[in-house]
Write a protein that binds this ligand. Structure first.
Ligand code: FE2
Ligand code: FE2
Length: 309
């Protein structure tokens, strides 16, 4: 039995009926027991520590390049702050789409089911996350970055059009890459305490979201025909490329006096930056591959994204 076949045959038992409801019940209990209100949990008035960063040094997109060598220590910290703000801005954009997807899912679901109720609980988590990221960006004093207007316009259509396995996979692309990078730095003393608290809250609550989407995805794959799967792979690969390119806005480089298109080209050619993207998506790519969602006709986009080498 191939892994794809195994995923297809095992999925209905794990993700439908009683098993699906029991999983949602557990997630609802976890939500009730372990959720954070960033308004209360975070001391928004505490000043930043001037010597600490917002991202790990080796995760800065220009780390190791000639442009990086030309930056002073304080410029490197400043660029890291803007890159962190860019990732948070992209997180806000992704969460806005996710909240609409969850609202659509709940609209069509049975309100009495634990499954629908958990979708609504997750939507409430994402509302708080978006406010938390926005407050953090405001305190950093950086622009709100995020994708360019044409990508935002396309993203506006996504919640209405998204369906099937690519929808659950796109949710995971939106959640798991940022989650893995946050996990790597949450315990690091060189990172600003406020950033670490934001990361901690997000990691704990995202663990539920990731488990919800990972349980739904195999069920959706099992219900999808061969030709439709090819379409789903193409859509997903395109979305993954957009997300990977949106994490760091080219405009962040202006903060240290660099020309955006030149610095962007240096970052995209930087093996350290490519490795950061690959690291962020490592577990996700393995999971999506196991469920037949990485393959033709999407491989060119996956390789361009640096999520697959
Ligand atoms: Fe979130
Ligand atoms: Fe989430």
């Amino acid at each position: 039995m191939t892994r794809r076949t195994a995923a297809r045959s095992a999925a209905p038992e794990q993700a439908t009926g009683a098993g699906r409801e029991a999983a949602a019940e557990r997630l609802l209990r976890s939500t009730a027991a372990l959720s954070y209100d960033p308004e209360i949990e975070i001391d928004w008035s505490a000043p930043f520590d001037q010597d600490k960063g917002f991202i790990l040094t080796h995760r800065c997109s220009l780390y190791g390049t000639a442009l990086w060598e030309g930056l002073s220590p304080s410029q490197r910290l400043e660029l890291g702050k803007h890159e962190a703000a860019s990732v948070a801005s992209t997180g806000i954009w992704l969460e806005a789409m996710l909240m609409r997807l969850l609202a659509k899912h709940a609209y069509h679901g049975d309100p009495v089911s634990r499954h629908t109720q958990y979708a609504l609980a997750e939507l409430a988590d994402e509302c708080r996350h978006t406010i938390m990221f926005a407050r953090m960006i405001e305190k950093m004093g950086t622009p709100v970055y995020g994708p360019p207007a044409r990508i935002r316009a396309a993203g506006d259509l996504m919640p209405a059009l998204a369906r099937g396995p690519a929808m659950w996979a796109a949710i995971l692309v939106g959640e798991e890459i940022i989650d893995r990078l946050q996990r790597e730095q949450v315990a690091d003393e060189s990172i600003q305490p406020l950033m670490r608290m934001v990361n901690k809250i997000h990691i704990i609550e995202e663990a539920r979201h990731i488990s919800f989407a990972r349980a739904e995805l195999p069920r959706s794959v099992a219900a999808t025909g061969r030709a439709e799967m090819a379409y789903q792979r193409a859509v997903l690969a395109r979305f993954a490329l957009i997300v990977s390119r949106s994490l760091i806005s080219p405009l962040v480089y202006r903060s240290v006096g660099l020309e955006p298109s030149q610095a962007r080209a240096a970052a995209l050619a930087n093996p350290h930056h490519q490795e950061t993207i690959r690291f962020g998506g490592e577990k996700l790519v393995a999971f999506l591959g196991d469920h037949g969602l990485i393959g033709r006709p999407g491989m060119r986009c996956w390789r361009l994204s640096y999520l697959v080498s």
